[in-house]
Design a protein around this ligand. Structure first.
Ligand code: FEO
Length: 394
């Protein structure tokens, strides 16, 4: 359990989930996670910022017991997803006078997902403030980090920005706050890739919006609090920027080694041209690692055999993941081996439809790749190198 104040009167009261290994039944959590909630005491009002996943509700109540919190005036709901809102009904039962504070969209979702009655919810507009006596909360609407209703809360006098999912990391630790981003950089990048990347354009706007705020602390609702907010802000500026890196990601699957041989040849051809390659054998890949590689790479090439009449299901999964996560990747290709026919390219491009990427000419070979097929892969490597030069990254 976490204890101690991050500032006088600002106390983490959330829960650590050391053992959780999957989120949304999709995202691997190799380092567990935390559901951070914060108690903020003003001279007149006491506020709880977010709650915890329902599985850890008991820990939240225990923390409030330990602090002797016998009155709660407001409960700020930054985000209606249940890992932060799921314990709201229990808190409202415990503190009958408490009112939930949410955006208008948040109110709708809390009612829809948790059946919280409308008369227990106060809605706030963008930049509206709430006085706690000697302290002031300012609410900043920030849609799409991670759902449409999300908002940030700024505690002016302490220069703390509570950001819920934004800037979070799935990283279980007893230590509530860190100074050095290096400790959680990869967990934060993984989190960005899996949760935030589809909303890159919105985040660019939010970073501009919060830019002028004096900040001493960023307090997300997953992972540690940042005592040097400049580090995570700068990492996010890099990740959401439009610039891509000179890298090719190759998610692939191979049944009888022909597609794997093509991947190995393309990898060599690209590295010989000065382009680093990150291959992912989809049968053993942690999709979080793949998502992380997609954050920066200029090009993605999917490798798949043709099975029956189309691509291997693992390749379709990878293509669909790219489509969902919307990385800033500029070009995509397809390579693979087939035996007698099929519509592998059509099926994968069908999945990718709508993604703003240039599709490179595919290289599909019959059976085990021969010398002419390897030349076709060299030509593909040339085309990728040409593009990377045109992007100014090679
Ligand atoms: Fe941590 Fe979108 O919930």
């Amino acid at each position: 359990m976490r204890t101690g104040e991050i500032r006088p009167g600002v106390v983490p009261v959330g829960a650590i989930d050391w053992d959780r290994r999957i989120f949304d039944e999709l995202i691997p959590l190799p380092e567990g996670t935390t559901y951070n909630a914060y108690l903020v005491r003003g001279s007149e009002k006491t506020v709880l910022i977010d709650t915890v996943d329902p599985t850890k509700e008991g820990v939240l109540h225990e923390n409030l017991d330990d602090l002797g919190v016998d009155r709660l005036d407001y409960l700020v709901s930054s985000h209606a997803e249940q890992d932060h809102s799921g314990a709201i009904p229990g808190i409202l039962n415990r503190y009958p006078q408490a009112r939930v504070v949410a955006t208008p969209r948040g109110k709708e979702l809390l009612n829809l997902l948790l059946h919280i009655p409308g008369d227990r919810i106060i809605t706030v507009q963008d930049r509206e403030t709430l006085s706690l006596g000697d302290r002031t909360l300012e609410f900043i609407h920030a849609p799409w980090v991670h759902w449409p209703e999300t908002m940030l809360t700024y505690l002016r006098e302490e220069r703390i920005l509570f950001t819920c999912d934004l800037f979070g990391s799935h990283y279980a630790s007893d230590e509530p706050a860190i100074e050095d981003l290096g400790r959680v950089y990869w967990a934060a990048k993984r989190y960005y890739a899996e949760i935030m990347m589809p909303f890159r354009g919105f985040i660019q706007g939010h970073l501009e919006k919060i830019g002028p705020l004096p900040l001493d602390i960023i307090a997300p609702s997953h992972g540690p609090v940042y005592r040097k907010p400049g580090h995570i802000l700068s990492a996010y500026r890099d990740w959401v920027s439009d610039s891509v890196k000179n890298e090719v990601v190759i998610p692939y699957v191979s049944m009888h080694h022909s597609t794997a041989a093509m991947v190995r040849h393309l990898e060599k051809a690209l590295t010989n041209r000065g382009i680093p390659v990150i291959p992912f054998n989809l049968t053993v890949t942690d999709i979080g690692e793949l998502a992380m590689a997609l954050v920066d790479a200029a090009t993605v090439v999917i490798g798949t055999p043709t099975i029956l009449t189309g691509p291997h299901p693992a390749a379709i999964y990878a293509a669909y993941l790219v489509k969902l996560l919307k990385p800033k990747t500029r070009a995509m290709g397809i390579i693979g081996s087939y035996g007698w026919g099929g519509k592998t390219v059509k099926d994968i491009t069908g999945v990718l439809q709508g993604l703003p990427v240039d599709l490179l000419d595919p290289v599909l070979v019959k059976g085990l790749p021969g010398p002419e097929d390897l030349k076709a892969l060299d030509a593909l490597a040339d085309r990728i190198a040409e593009r990377h030069r045109s992007y100014g990254i090679l």
